[in-house]
Design a protein. Structure first.
Ligand SMILES: *Cc1c(COP(=O)(O)O)cnc(C)c1O
Length: 572
């Protein structure tokens, strides 16, 4: 059994997230939300911010992706052994699920910073003998199963998380909900506040709400209302019952028609934020009447700089990893060294590609990278909109590397992967197209630093923030992206990278905007980006350095964490 008492002496911020991506061999994440949570924890440890993180054990992970020759996605569970990286804690609590008292245990992972700080991460687990066979699987599959399964997971995370922290003796002064999945923690806090007041629900709800709200911070990540977690009250009644909060009061807090986790979190949080300036605006329109701030996401610098960049920065910008603002001094490094570090990362990627797909990536050919979840709004295949046009500008002087999973239920997403395969076949011998399977932290670490430009083509304004572009910038890889999410704040045309397309009026059809954005992408590649890359090395390296000195110095989780501390956690 592990000793955790070292962590309970200081009062802490409890950071709740359905997924946390800390490392390749802890597969409890699916994508951006989880990797952001992992990077947040790492920066908190670096900066000695007293945080404790809570998530689910997700023993079977999200899923492992394999792709057949036609680009059809196949899914398999990820079987990991969580005991390899974590220690069990001697604690059990129960949560009410379908009238049963379901037992929940926790594993402890200690995230240690090279600077000495440490953040404990608790992984909640229901795979315990005393639970029914079905209940043992509640913490198996991340985002797997139907509504009922998801609600059970959220009961374990939100209500179980609060209870287990208390059972372990943690003193929590702020609860931070990273997205709405953990919003049920608010009703557990409400329940406990009411017990203290010993009042009836009717009389004290307003007072209790305020008391709970003072302790809660909520970060929303989803710019479309369909993306927010919602549950029918009949289901909520069946799964959760009245034990924690009577249905009538829950309706007052979580929405009348159905339980909306975002509404619940909004109503019970003193501080609410979106994850980029634009996303803050979009969220304020979506939820009128709430004060919604914006704290732009970031990435953890030491995690995402390639070994080549780490060595370069260590030589020239001492202290950069703990104080990434120092990257503003990148101009002290010679062009040759920046270029060589990048070519090192490109050769490392080429080696990796050879091993995984058997294809050859040429080090002297301009390479575009694109990796993110495959979903219709991300338009992962937009660059293939007009293959003739792409061939005319890129024949023999363009390579493309893709990666990304589609959610198992997202058939549109899955067919986008096939579109990319079809295009690859048609371009064969003229433009190399590579698709790296099973996008993960490891794939991202190889891919992002090794390409020459990082492409992003979301439908505006659906990219809340996006963080892979920040990883690219840190590695001297400029962004070429639709102005959405963080890029609105990071973009300076021709200086830090390039934009794609223009904001269109709401009555433009999707087909028209796709065509317009694709055309702008081709034009910029042809007129600006390819000539700069092939004909003006000094000009190209200038943009690479600006990506580091004007983007990466700011868009990181150290800056982000300091903002959460001063603007959210410590505000009264
Ligand atoms: C950084 C990262 C993401 C998020 O990138 P976006 O640009 O937000 O799509 C997703 N998955 C992995 C594995 C990552 O490393």
């Amino acid at each position: 059994m592990e000793s955790w008492n070292v962590f309970t002496r200081t009062s802490r911020i409890a950071y709740f997230s359905m997924e946390i991506g800390l490392a390749q061999d802890i597969p409890t994440y699916s994508g951006g939300l989880g990797v952001l949570a992992g990077d947040t924890i790492k920066s908190a440890a670096d900066l000695n911010v007293p945080l404790v993180a809570i998530t689910l054990a997700s023993r079977k992970g999200y899923f492992a992706q394999s792709l057949d020759e036609e680009g059809v996605q196949h899914e398999a569970p990820v079987e990991g052994d969580i005991s390899a990286r974590m220690k069990p804690l001697p604690v059990r609590i129960t949560v009410p699920i379908e009238g049963r008292a379901v037992s929940v245990a926790a594993w402890l992972y200690r995230n240690q910073s090279p600077a000495g700080g440490e953040v404990p991460v608790l992984f909640l687990d229901t795979a315990l003998e005393e639970n029914t066979e079905e209940d043992q699987t509640i913490t198996d599959r991340l985002y797997g199963g139907e509504q009922r399964y998801r609600l059970k997971q959220e009961v374990v995370l939100g209500i179980g998380g609060v209870r287990i922290l208390q059972a372990l003796g943690f003193r929590i002064f702020q609860y931070h909900m990273n997205e709405g999945h953990a919003a049920l923690l608010t009703i557990e806090l409400l329940n406990q506040t009411r017990n203290v007041h010993a009042g009836s629900w009717m009389n004290t709800l307003d007072v209790d709400r305020k008391a709970v709200g003072k302790r809660c911070v909520f970060t929303t990540h989803t710019p479309v209302s369909a993306g927010h977690d919602r549950f029918e009250y009949t289901l909520v009644q069946e799964v959760l019952g009245d034990e924690v909060v009577p249905m009538e009061q829950l309706r007052q807090l979580g929405g009348d028609a159905e339980l909306n986790m975002t509404t619940l979190a909004l109503q019970l949080s003193r501080f609410v934020n979106g994850v980029a300036k634009k996303h803050g605006e979009v969220s304020r329109e979506m939820f009128p009447g709430y004060e919604i701030h914006a704290i732009t996401n970031g990435i953890h610098p030491l995690t995402w700089a390639s070994a080549y960049m780490v060595s370069l920065f260590n030589r020239h910008i001492s202290g950069w990893a703990l104080q990434p603002e120092l990257l503003v001094r990148v101009d002290n490094i010679s062009d040759e060294e920046v270029w060589e570090a990048h070519q090192g990362a490109k050769a490392y990627l080429a080696q990796y590609i050879k091993e995984v797909t058997g294809q050859q990536l040429f080090l002297d050919v301009f390479t575009i990278g694109f990796a993110r979840r495959v979903a219709a709004y991300k338009r992962n295949d937009l660059i293939f909109h007009d293959l003739e046009r792409l061939l005319a500008l890129g024949r023999g002087r363009l390579q493309l590397v893709f990666a990304g999973k589609a959610h198992p239920h997202d058939n549109d997403g899955k067919s986008l992967i096939q579109n990319i395969y079809t295009a690859a076949e048609r371009l064969h011998g003229e433009i190399t197209v590579i698709y790296l399977p099973n996008y993960s932290i490891d794939v991202a670490k190889h891919l992002i630093p090794g390409v020459d430009v990082w492409l992003n083509t979301p439908t505006r304004p659906l990219e809340a923030s996006g963080t892979s572009g920040m990883k690219a910038a840190l590695n001297g890889v400029p962004n070429f992206s639709v102005l959405d999410g963080w890029w609105i704040e990071g973009h300076i045309e021709n200086i830090t990278g390039w934009s794609i397309g223009e904001e269109t009026s709401p009555d433009t059809s999707p087909e028209e905007s796709n065509a317009a954005d694709a055309e702008d992408m081709y034009k910029k590649l042809e007129d600006k980006i390819l000539p700069l890359y092939y004909e003006d090395r000094a000009g190209w390296v200038r943009v690479m350095k600006n990506a580091i000195g004007k983007n990466a110095y700011y868009f990181n989780t150290h800056v982000m964490m300091r903002r959460y501390v001063t603007e959210a956690y410590l505000q009264r």
